[in-house]
Design a binder for this molecule. Sequence first.
Ligand SMILES: [Fe+2]
Ligand SMILES: [Fe+2]
Length: 488
Amino acid sequence: MTEQSDDTTPTIEINYADGIPNNVDLYADRRLQRAMEKWHPKFLDWWNASGPDGFQTADVYLRTAVGVDPKGWAVFDHVKMPDYRWGILLANKIEDRKIGFGRHKGEPAWQEVPGEYRSLLKRLLIIQGDTEPASVEQQRYLGKTCPSLYDLRNLFQVNVEEGRHLWAMAYLLQKYFGRDGREEAEALLERRSGSADKPRLLGAFNEKTPDWLSFFMFTFFTDRDGKMQLESLAQSGFDPLSRTCRFMLTEEAHHMYVGESGVARTMQRTTQAMTEAGVTDPYDIEAVRKLGVIDLPTLQKKVNFHFSVTLDLFGSEISTNAGNAFSAGIKGRFREDSIEDDHQLLNDTYSLLRCINKRLVMVDEPAVNAINARLLDDYISNVESGLKRWNRVLEKTDFDFTIDLPHRAFNRRIGEFSNVSVTPDGEILTTQKWQQQQADWLPSEEDERYLQSLMKPVVERGAYANWIAPPKSGINKKPGDFEYVALH
Ligand SMILES: [Fe+2]
Ligand SMILES: [Fe+2]
């Protein structure tokens, strides 16, 4: 299990009151320092305009990354979010690191941007960088309906760390891409999630995150896409990118933990309330909703939605762009360094599900064109292990209900399956029939209204909204009634 709670985050004592925490010799590179100093106030403007609404003066018990030593890289303290020390931290350099895949395999890793791959690399940084502020924007209003101070703090922890990930990408752009890198770093602060004229670059990052269940599902499913992308970029032959992503992954684990445990606590509370009230049929939605908890069929619909929109983030299953990035040594496969093959894929094939003449069939394709399909497979198996842990919560109850993943072709807008209407079971329907049944598979307006009706803020210390169970343990071993967020 890669998920890690704050509970196990090693802490160190360090004075981080002045300067930007960094291990990139920021203050030795005058040009970079000037660029970051110009960017910093614009970042703060963005944070104040688009970050958590209404909590900028609250003292939040936050984890701040101040170093990269696995034995101690973070400090915990009450901080006002605008004062958070967003730092620039890269995993330690591996001496004599070599490029691990593609046509440059075995050559020394690049410390500067190779000219021939400049635009390819820049594009990848922009896309990764764009997702980081986007999720903060999507979650802007959630604080107002928090189910507890513990959850409120977790939301803000995720938000400030996405902010730091934005810093990480802005750093790479400004350090290695000259003037257009600086312009792109600013553009990352100008696009907005859901905006009509300047939307974020990827579809799922323009969706709304209107309620806390959506937030937990987002961090479980969509942050996990982030993890897969970071894992692939951590393999990069461009060493500064690899080191940046390796450190980002240490923070990312907590985001998925927030999602996984948030949904598990929701299920736990639902089944507990049903048992107490003697409701035996999980499909008796009316009876369950009377208890003020989230019925399991609605949880399943949320899974269907978040899983399918997240799959679209991987891009087309068959992709020459992804193949080019692989062959160039810029973006590897998931944990490339533990795969046993020649890491060049010159004659290899990969078998994947395709949609051919409106039929779903397994086809062998040149492996180098199927990089995205493979990452998607790795993602799905990663999701499945989290789902197993959710289902274990249900197994412990008397209810006969499991949460299942929908078919990968269900509800897709991008890639192989974007032109077919497929049910969660993998059956192809006419578009009309699919639309008629859609409300059985995806949250309906009524479902969303019900979820909204539950979203009432609970801000007393140690208290939790009726629809969610308290966590098993506190953050950084804090007691149950700890003031995770001091509101003013
Ligand atoms: Fe991130
Ligand atoms: Fe994240």
